[in-house]
Design a protein around this ligand. Structure first.
Ligand SMILES: *[C@@H]1O[C@H](CO)[C@@H](O)[C@H](O)[C@H]1NC(C)=O
Length: 391
């Protein structure tokens, strides 16, 4: 990290002295506050997507001062992720170290697209004559367009320890991989992958000594959205999953609860939040949802309102955790979802965690010495016991 910071500082100093010797002050200020933000934002939009306007109008929209300002703020915010560099190196080296293979089974291939999953053992795996441990299926986030299971190795290991459970962490086809011609849609492909992973769990409980009938689904951010949506598809036995109805029913019955961390549950609401931050066109979300026309189809909130009473009554309990310091997915996402669930008589517990932001909701769960490790895990533990006790 130090190396990077020093190089960063050197570059900064030399750019600044170049500006000082070659430009007048007003010109330098102009370059700094107008030229640089405009160039960077144009490149970002060129790379990630222009505004959705016809012809040249997209460039006019792209260059509006408010958009440039908001995008610059959003990009400066990304610099905060540099702070996680050390943690990243730490977890990458943990994952690579063969000595740690005793904690988990790595790289099991599952499902129709040949994705891989890692299965973390509960701490007392050495006495397999006891009752099999419950299973947590953890779905990572990454705005439907990024993420990989290795990054969550420490989280999964800690979760297995804290909850005395087996923890399964699958990869799924994120955008644009999910949009290859063999899949029928982006987020739908992700939902199918997660459903495949749950089918895998049904078929492999005995072999890997976990209780296939006691499963808790958990996910962070886009992962919370995807695991909630997958559960709803299964409860509704949707044919788009291309899984036999009987199998879907069995899988749905095995899910005893959902623990959503900083989740998105209403795509339209989240799109409006992205619009306020002017990141809606550079964001992967609308692409992964196949455009605004499909926002309702992919929203758990909309799905729930369509579900009949008999299916609603088969839904397991929910626990929603959200940090009040979250600006990526605002806390209203979880509060609104919790209100909706309550109004439909689905049991839900909501935890608003003071000061926790979007990233911390997962990074803090990776090492026991992190500031919010115990506060967040104590909520998860309490809910986990409740979800399994209710069955
Ligand atoms: C999250 O909050 C912590 C503590 O307030 C802060 O140090 C960190 O930069 C924030 N992370 C992001 C990505 O905003």
């Amino acid at each position: 990290m130090n190396v990077h910071l020093t190089t960063g500082a050197t570059v900064y100093t030399s750019v600044w002295s170049w500006i000082k010797y070659h430009m007048s002050l007003p010109l330098a200020v102009g370059v700094l506050f107008v030229g640089i933000p405009y160039s960077v934002c144009v490149v970002a939009q060129w790379f990630y997507g222009w505004p959705n306007k016809p012809g040249y109008k997209k460039y006019i929209e792209a260059l509006k001062p408010r958009r440039i300002y908001c995008l610059t703020v959003a990009m400066l915010d990304l610099l905060k992720y540099l702070k996680y560099g050390r943690l990243y190196l730490q977890l990458k080296s943990w994952y690579k170290n063969t000595e740690n293979c005793k904690h988990y089974k790595k790289g099991i291939v599952f499902g129709r697209r040949g994705n891989k999953l890692d299965l973390y053992h509960p701490p007392d795996v050495k006495k397999p004559e006891g009752a099999p441990a419950p299973l947590v299926v953890f779905i990572y986030g990454g705005a439907w367009g990024s993420g990989e299971r290795s990054i969550y190795c420490l989280l999964a290991k800690q979760m297995a320890e804290e909850l005395n459970a087996a923890v399964l962490c699958p990869d799924y086809s994120t955008y644009p991989k999910a949009s290859n011609p063999n899949t029928c849609g982006n987020a739908l492909a992700m939902v199918q992958d997660i459903a495949d992973c749950l089918v895998w769990a049904q078929e492999n409980g005995e072999k890997f000594h976990f209780d296939k009938d006691n499963i808790v689904l958990s996910g962070h951010s886009a992962g919370a959205h995807l695991c909630t949506l997958t559960l709803l598809f299964l409860i509704d036995a949707r044919e788009e999953l291309f899984i036999e109805t009987k199998k879907q029913q069995d899988v749905a019955l095995s899910i005893k609860g959902v623990i959503g961390l900083s989740g998105v549950y209403n795509i339209m609401d989240h799109y409006e939040h992205e619009q306020r931050r002017a990141v809606e066109y550079v964001s992967t979300m609308h692409k992964a949802m196949n455009g605004v026309e499909n926002f309702q189809y992919y929203s758990p909130t909309h799905f729930l309102k369509q579900l009949g009473q008999d299916k609603l009554s088969r839904l397991p309990q929910f626990a929603l955790l959200h940090g009040t310091g979250d600006i990526v997915v605002p806390v209203e996402s979880s509060t609104a979802f919790s209100e909706l669930l309550t109004s439909l008589s689905v049991k839900v517990t909501l935890y608003l965690l003071p000061g926790v932001n979007h990233t911390e909701m997962v990074t803090e769960l990776m090492l026991s010495n992190r500031r919010f490790y115990h506060p967040i895990f104590s909520c998860i533990k309490q809910e986990f016991r409740k979800l399994l006790g209710a069955s």
